[in-house]
Design a protein around this ligand. Sequence first.
Ligand code: UDP
Ligand code: MG
Length: 139
Amino acid sequence: MATNRTFTMIKPDAVNAGNSGAITKMIEEAGFRIVAMKKTQLSPERAGQFYAIHKERPFYKDLCTYMSSGPIVPMILEKENAVEDFRKLIGATDPQKAAPGTIRNLFAKSIEANAIHGSDSDANAEIEGNFFFSHMEQF
Ligand code: UDP
Ligand code: MG
């Protein structure tokens, strides 16, 4: 059964460029309710834990360096069909392939520095949300 929550984080390139407000506005205008949100920064080790599923991929080491290079804005979001609808809102991993009007099409700098994360399943949305937020931080 599909749950109604997903997890996202605005990545260092977009926070650094001053786009976290514009991106958050797009998320809310698309009908997502913000359940939890904060500004924080990952150590390279913690970035490695978050992306452990990609450990064997050639881009893993650079990705961990990049994801720990500056502040990020993680959020838990709520909407009907949240995981699938949010992946549509952010667009393809490679901004060159992201559909017009998607967050990555508008704000991503490269396939690595691609502005935003979106969970790929209900199970991962729960794991990733719990990685950043306790139950007491969710409203
Ligand atoms: N990534 C990268 N090079 C690649 C593919 C992915 O640097 O060739 C980075 C990019 O930041 C991406 C993240 O690794 O968002 C996780 O990759 P995934 O395939 O899970 O893409 P996503 O689910 O974020 O679209
Ligand atoms: Mg992914």
